[in-house]
Design a protein around this ligand. Structure first.
Ligand code: C2E
Length: 957
C-alpha cells in the first residue's frame, strides 16, 4: 500500500494566502475609506440641509415679524382686529412662531386710562407683572411695555397686559431693537405662558411713531412707541423648522443625526447650556483614532454660525460614531469575499502543490523502479554471463580435475554411467566409451563385500549424499583405494535425475596412513608394539580381564649386559641382536599376546590368561631359554641372558602404568639376585626400588666422600690349607643405611657408569693394600678384584690396571682380575683381546660365576685365563643335588684339563668342602673359612698365619 505523504504546507499556498489577506485588507481599507468619506459627505449634506432649514425658518420668522412691524409702520395705528387678521395667516404659515404680539409703551400717566379702555374689552384687565412667580397688577413705574395684542390669544392669555419690561433680561435686546430698528432677539427665559419647562425667547422689532424721521439712535429712542414681537418656544422653533423645511429627511435626521442648535453670544461660540435652545442629544467629542475609521463611521460634527436678530446663532450637528455595518456591510462582504477568495486560491495552490508533489513522488518512484528494474536486468545479464562462464569453468575444471568425476543417471536402469572425466580414464584405465551405460560397480569386480558399497547403495536408495572408502580395481586388475563421494542432482522439479560421484585415489594416503599407524604404534627397529600400543593393548586386556575375572601377567624383560655388546660391537650389531631377541620373544608367545619394545634392551610382554591355557612360570622360562640361544652376529657367536620381572593383574596393579612399573621393579630385583633370572613383583620390591632411587643419588658422591671400603675374603689352598689369596669385595659405608652390600649398588653403578671410577678405585686400593701386607711381611697373597662389564669395555682398562700396579708397586702376578662368564662370553673375540693385553701385564685372570652362563667350554681354551671360579649356586647344592655335584666335578676336571686353577665359591659347610677336596678342587672361598672382613682383620689373619683347620680338612681327606 502506498503510504500517504506527510502533509506539508506549500510555500506558494502560504504566499498566496498572505498576499490574499494583504490585498483583502487593502481592499477592505479602501472600501472603508470610501464608505467612511461617503458617510462624512452624506452627513455634511444632511447637516447642511438641517442648518439651512433652521436658518430659513428663523429668516421666515424674522420676515413675519418684519411684515407685522410694517403693518404698524404702514398704518401707524393698527387695531386689535387688524392685528389679528394680519397675524393669523402668518402664524398659520409659520408654525415655528409661538405667538405674535404687539407691546405697547404705556406711561404711568396713561395707565389708568389704558387699563380702563382695555377693561371694556377685557373685563378686569390690568397691567401685570410677575411678583414672586405670580402674575399681579404691575407696580407703578414710569413706563410699561404692555403686551397689548397677542395672537393667537388662545394659550397666550396670561401674556395679555403683561409688562414685558418687568423682565429685566429683555432690556438689552429691546434697547438694541430701538437703536437699530431691526429685529432683536432676547436671551432665553421662561415664557409667561409656558406651562412646561421649555424656555423661549422673543424677537422684538420697534414700532416708531408714524411719520417721524429716524436718523439716529436718540431719534429712534424718542420715536419708539411700542414693539412687535414674535414669541418662540426654543425647542419647538427648531423642531418645527426642521419638520417644516425637511419633511422627508427629518426621520433620517432624527434617526441618524444628533442635532444641537444653540443660541449664544456672538463672542462666546463655545457651548453653553444657558444658551442652548435645542438639543437632541449630547454632542460627542469626536476623537478620531488612527484606524477607527476602519470599523466606525465617524463624520466630523458640522458647525455653522450665522447672525439673525442681533444674535449669533451657532448650529452644530453631529452624529455618534457607528459601527460601519450599520450603514453598509459592503466592505465586510468584500473583505469576506476577498478572504474567501484568497483562502480558496491558497487552498487551490496547496491542492495543486500537493498534487504536483504526489506526481513528483510518483515520477520519482517510477524512476526508481525503472532504475531498479534496469539494474536487475543488467545484473541478470551479468549473472547469466557469470553463470555461463562458471559453467564453462566448471566444465573445464571437471575435465582438468585430477580426481575422477562420474555422473550416473538416477532413472536409467542400473544407474548407468553417463559421463566420466579424463581423470577417471587415467585412474581406472577404462575409456569413457567402455564405461558409459554401465554401472559404477564394474570398479569393484568381485570385491563386493565391502561396507562402503552398502553405504553407496544406501545413498542411491535414499537419494541422499554420502561417502565411502572403497577398494577399486583398475582395468588391469590392480587394486587402488578410493574415497568416493556421491550426491544426488535434482532437476527443476526437485526430482533426483542424476548422481554425481567424485572419486579420489587415496592409495598413497592409505599407505601413508598405515605407515603412520605403524610408526605411531610400532617400534621401528623390531616391528614390535611400542609404548603407545602397549599401553593401549594392556588397557584393553585389563578391561577384558576385569570383565571376565582373568589374571594378566606383565613381563618386563631386560637383556643382561646388552650395553656391553652395543658398546663393543657397535649399534648395528646391537640392532641385529635386538631384532633377533624380538623375533625369539615373539615366537615364544601366542599371537594374541602383546610383545612390545620399550626402548633400548627392554621388552614388555602382556600375557592375558586364557581359559584354554593358564599362565605359569614355564612361559617365563621358555622366553628366557629362547633369548639364551647362541646368536651369531657378524661371524661372532654371542650368548645372551636376560632378567625378567613379572607383575600380575589385578594383585600388582590396576592400570597399565602400575603393572609396567611393578614388572620393571621386579626385573631389577631379578637382576640384583644375579641376572639370568626372573622375579615376581612383591610390595617390598617397591620399597627397595624407592631405596634404590635414593642410593642412586647418594652413589654419585660416595667416592669423593671416601665412603667405599674393601673387605677381603680369604681364598684357601686345599692342599696347603694356607691363605693363598684374597678377594677384594667392595662395601659402601652409607651414612644412613650403614654398610651397603655390593649387590645393592654395583648394578646401579654399572648403569650410571659410576662403576668405572669406583672399579678403578677398587683396583688401586686392592693393590695398595696387598702391597702393604707384603711390606708388613704378611706373606704374598694374591688379591682378586672384580671387573664389571662396563669396565671391560673401558678403553683404558689395561692402562688403568697397569697404572694401579705401578703406583702401588705391586707385582702384577699378585693381582687377579675376575671376569664373569657372561662378560667374556658376550663377545668372545673382543674379550680375548682384552684378556691378552691384561695377561701381558702379568696379572692373573679368572672367570667368575662359572657355570651360570651359557659359555661354551670350547672357548675357555682360547681365553688366556688362569682360574675358574665355580659359582656358589652349584657349590651350594653339591651335597644335595647330584646334577650340581656332577657339574662341579666336571668343571674341576675340565679346568684341570685346561691347566686352570679351580676355586669354589660359597663354601659354607664341611660337606661342601669335603666334596670339593674329593674332586681335587684347588682352592676354596666361603663362609666356612671366613666371611669377607676388613683389611685390618685380614691383615691380622695373615699375620696369625690363619689356615684351614687340619681337622676339618683332615677329616675329609
Ligand atoms: N652365601 C654365601 N656367600 C658367600 C660365601 N662366600 C663368599 N660369599 C659371597 O659371594 C660373593 C663372591 O663374590 P662374587 O661372586 O665375585 O660377586 C660379587 C661381585 O660380583 C660383586 N663385587 C664385589 N666387589 C666388587 C668390586 O669391587 N668390583 C666389582 N666389579 N664387583 C664387585 O658383588 C658380588 C657380591 O659380593 P658380596 O656381596 O661381597 O658377595 C661375595 C661373598 O660375600 C658363602 O660361603 N656363602
Amino acid at each position: 500500500m502506498r503510504s500517504r505523504p506527510p502533509f506539508s504546507l506549500s510555500m506558494a499556498a502560504v504566499l498566496t494566502l498572505i498576499l490574499g489577506v494583504v490585498i483583502s485588507a487593502i481592499l477592505f481599507a479602501s472600501l472603508r475609506r470610501l464608505e467612511h468619506d461617503n458617510a462624512d459627505i452624506e452627513f455634511r449634506q444632511h447637516a447642511k440641509l438641517h442648518v439651512v432649514a433652521i436658518q430659513k425658518s428663523l429668516d421666515n420668522s424674522m420676515r413675519v415679524l418684519t411684515d407685522i412691524n410694517q403693518l404698524f409702520v404702514a398704518f401707524g395705528n393698527v387695531s386689535r382686529e387688524q392685528f389679528r387678521l394680519f397675524a393669523e395667516p402668518l402664524l398659520a404659515r409659520n408654525p415655528t412662531i409661538q405667538a405674535l404680539n404687539y407691546q405697547r409703551l404705556v406711561y404711568e400717566a396713561d395707565r389708568l386710562a389704558y387699563e380702563a379702555g382695555m377693561r371694556e374689552q377685557f373685563p378686569g384687565f390690568s397691567i401685570t407683572e410677575k411678583i414672586n412667580g405670580v402674575l399681579a397688577p404691575a407696580r407703578p413705574r414710569d413706563r410699561y411695555r404692555v403686551v397689548d395684542y397677542i395672537e393667537p390669544m388662545q394659550g397666550n392669555e396670561p401674556a395679555l397686559g403683561f409688562d414685558a419690561d418687568s423682565y429685566g433680561m429683555q432690556q438689552e435686546a429691546m434697547q438694541r431693537a430701538i437703536d437699530t430698528g431691526e429685529p432683536s432677539a432676547t436671551g432665553l427665559f421662561q415664557l409667561l405662558q409656558e406651562r412646561g419647562t421649555q424656555r423661549g425667547f422673543i424677537v422684538l422689532m420697534p414700532v416708531y411713531r408714524h411719520g417721524i424721521t429716524l436718523t439716529d439712535a436718540p431719534s429712534r429712542r424718542a420715536a419708539v412707541i411700542g414693539f412687535t414681537a414674535a414669541v418662540f418656544r426654543s425647542s419647538d422653533l427648531i423642531a418645527k423648522a426642521l419638520a417644516v423645511e425637511n419633511p422627508g429627511s427629518l426621520t433620517m435626521a432624527e434617526r441618524d443625526i444628533d442635532i444641537n442648535v444653540d443660541v449664544g453670544a456672538l463672542m462666546n461660540p463655545v457651548w453653553d447650556e444657558q444658551s442652548l435652545i435645542y438639543g437632541t442629544g449630547k454632542l460627542p467629542s469626536i476623537e478620531k483614532s488612527a484606524f477607527g475609521w476602519l470599523l466606525y463611521d465617524q463624520p466630523q460634527p458640522y458647525r455653522q454660525v450665522f447672525q439673525i436678530a442681533g444674535k449669533t446663532w451657532r448650529v452644530e450637528i453631529a452624529t455618534p460614531s457607528t459601527l460601519f455595518t450599520k450603514r453598509s456591510s459592503n466592505a465586510l462582504w468584500a473583505l469576506l469575499a476577498a478572504l474567501l477568495f484568497s483562502g480558496g486560491t491558497a487552498f487551490c495552490m496547496q491542492i495543486m502543490a500537493n498534487r504536483s508533489r504526489r506526481i513528483q513522488k510518483l515520477v520519482d518512484e517510477r524512476t526508481l523502479q525503472l532504475r531498479s528494474v534496469n539494474e536487475d536486468l543488467i545484473a541478470d545479464i551479468a549473472a547469466r554471463k557469470r553463470t555461463e562462464q562458471a559453467l564453462q569453468l566448471r566444465q573445464r575444471a571437471i575435465e582438468a580435475s585430477a580426481n575422477a568425476i562420474i555422473i550416473t543417471s538416477a532413472t536409467a536402469p542400473d544407474y548407468a554411467i553417463e559421463y566420466v572425466n579424463p581423470a577417471f580414464e587415467r585412474i581406472t584405465g577404462y575409456t569413457a566409451a567402455e564405461v558409459i551405460g554401465r554401472n559404477l560397480g564394474l570398479l569393484w569386480e568381485k570385491d563386493r563385500e565391502q561396507s562402503g558399497i552398502k553405504e553407496i547403495r544406501g545413498c542411491t536408495l535414499e537419494q541422499r549424499e554420502g561417502h565411502a572408502v572403497l577398494r577399486n580395481y583398475r582395468k588391469d586388475g590392480a587394486m587402488f583405494w578410493s574415497d568416493l563421494y556421491i550426491a544426488p542432482v535434482r532437476d527443476d522439479a526437485g526430482n533426483v535425475s542424476h548422481y554425481v560421484a567424485a572419486q579420489y585415489d587415496i592409495t598413497s594416503t592409505k599407505r601413508y596412513e598405515s605407515e603412520l599407524e605403524f610408526q605411531t604404534n610400532r617400534d621401528a627397529l623390531t616391528g614390535l608394539a611400542n609404548r603407545n600400543l602397549l599401553r593401549d593393548r594392556l588397557g584393553q586386556a585389563i578391561s577384558y580381564a576385569y570383565r571376565y575375572g582373568h589374571p594378566i601377567w606383565v613381563l618386563f624383560v631386560d637383556l643382561d649386559r646388552f650395553k656391553f655388546i652395543n658398546d663393543t660391537l657397535g649399534h648395528q650389531a646391537g640392532d641385529v641382536l635386538l631384532k633377533a631377541v624380538a623375533d625369539r620373544v615373539q615366537s615364544s608367545v601366542r599371537d594374541t599376546d602383546t610383545v612390545a619394545r620399550m626402548g633400548g634392551d627392554e621388552f614388555v610382554l602382556v600375557l592375558p590368561e586364557r581359559t584354554d591355557a593358564g599362565l605359569s612360570t614355564g612361559i617365563v622360562k621358555r622366553i628366557m631359554d629362547a633369548i639364551a640361544q647362541p646368536l651369531t652376529i657378524e661371524g661372532h657367536e654371542f650368548f645372551i641372558s636376560c632378567s625378567i620381572g613379572v607383575s600380575v593383574y589385578p594383585s600388582d596393579g590396576a592400570t597399565p602404568e602400575e603393572l609396567i612399573k611393578h614388572a620393571d621393579v621386579a626385573m631389577y630385583r631379578a637382576k640384583e639376585t644375579g641376572r639370568n633370572n626372573f622375579q615376581f613383583y612383591t610390595s617390598e620390591m617397591n620399597e627397595r626400588a624407592l631405596e634404590r632411587l635414593r642410593i642412586e643419588g647418594d652413589l654419585r658422591n660416595a667416592l669423593e666422600r671416601n665412603e667405599f671400603v674393601l673387605y677381603y675374603q680369604p681364598q684357601v689352598d686345599l692342599r696347603t690349607r694356607e691363605i693363598v689369596g684374597v678377594e677384594a669385595l667392595i662395601r659402601w659405608q652409607h651414612p644412613e643405611f650403614g654398610m651397603v652390600p655390593p649387590i645393592r649398588f654395583i648394578g646401579l653403578a654399572e648403569e650410571t657408569g659410576l662403576i668405572v671410577p669406583i672399579g678403578a678405585w677398587a683396583i688401586q686400593e686392592a693393590c695398595r693394600q696387598c702391597k702393604k701386607w707384603q711390606k708388613e711381611g704378611l706373606g704374598h697373597p694374591r688379591v682378586a678384584v672384580n671387573l664389571s662389564a662396563r669396565q671391560f669395555t673401558q678403553q683404558d682398562l689395561v692402562d688403568c690396571v697397569a697404572a694401579a700396579l705401578n703406583e702401588t708397586g705391586l707385582a702384577a702376578e699378585y693381582l687377579e682380575i675376575e671376569l664373569t662368564e657372561s662378560l667374556v662370553m658376550a663377545d668372545v673375540d673382543h674379550a680375548i683381546g682384552i684378556l691378552r693385553e691384561l695377561k701381558a701385564l702379568g696379572v692373573q685372570l679368572s672367570i667368575d660365576d662359572f657355570g651360570t652362563g651359557y659359555s661354551s667350554l670350547s672357548y675357555l681354551k682360547r681365553f688366556p685365563i688362569d682360574v675358574l671360579k665355580i659359582d656358589r649356586s652349584f657349590v651350594n647344592d653339591i651335597t644335595i643335588d647330584p646334577d650340581d655335584a656332577a657339574i662341579v666335578a666336571s668343571i674341576i676336571s675340565l679346568a684341570h684339563s685346561l691347566r686352570l686353577q679351580v676355586i669354589a665359591e660359597g663354601v659354607e659347610t664341611i660337606e661342601q668342602l669335603g666334596y670339593l677336596r674329593k674332586h681335587e678342587c684347588d682352592q676354596i672361598q666361603g663362609y666356612f673359612f671366613s666371611r669377607p672382613i676388613p683389611a685390618e682383620a685380614m691383615g691380622r689373619m695373615l699375620q696369625d698365619g690363619h689356615r684351614l683347620q687340619a681337622e676339618s680338612a683332615g677329616t675329609l681327606i
